[in-house]
Ligand binder design. Structure first.
Ligand code: 8DG
Length: 122
């Protein structure tokens, strides 16, 4: 099973969410596919640099991985900002959500268990 890593960047009790453009649009955690030879943490750091121009420190796992296809599972990690401000490149929108704003309706389905877990941690 290959892994897609999602990164829940938390700052000031808010989490950074990115909107994946339509047709399969929805809020997600920035990140992407782990490449061969890479750890989840290395992939997380690389993807956030590429997607957002953001330097992060990866923290704890937000819970067990969730299957998203026969080939891929999604694993989400907490992270903090080391430097930079997120730059919109590949998504249609970026937003910092506080706990009460984490309305599940808009999140990609595989992300929802991680969003629930996150709610208690912001
Ligand atoms: N990045 C990310 N992808 C997610 C999340 N939830 C979820 O179901 N996905 C799915 C959407 C995509 O099918 C897949 C990630 O693919 P991707 O296209 O972002 O991966 P990538 O950046 O490595 O790009 P590529 O190699 O496909 O060009 O995982 C999430 O929270 N973050």
């Amino acid at each position: 099973m290959k892994t897609v890593v999602g990164v829940a960047v938390v700052a000031d009790n808010r989490v950074l969410a990115a909107y994946r453009p339509d047709p399969d649009g929805g809020w997600e955690f920035p990140g992407g596919k782990v490449e061969p030879g890479e750890t989840d943490e290395q992939a997380a750091v690389r993807e956030l640099r590429e997607e957002l121009d953001l330097e992060i420190k990866v923290g704890a796992s937000l819970g067990p991985a969730v299957n998203i296809s026969p080939e891929y599972q999604l694993h989400v990690y907490l992270a903090t900002v080391v430097s930079g401000d997120p730059v919109l490149r590949e998504h249609s929108e970026l937003r910092w959500f506080a706990a009460p704003e984490l309305d599940e309706a808009g999140w990609l389905v595989p992300d929802r268990p991680f969003v629930r877990e996150l709610r208690g941690r912001l």
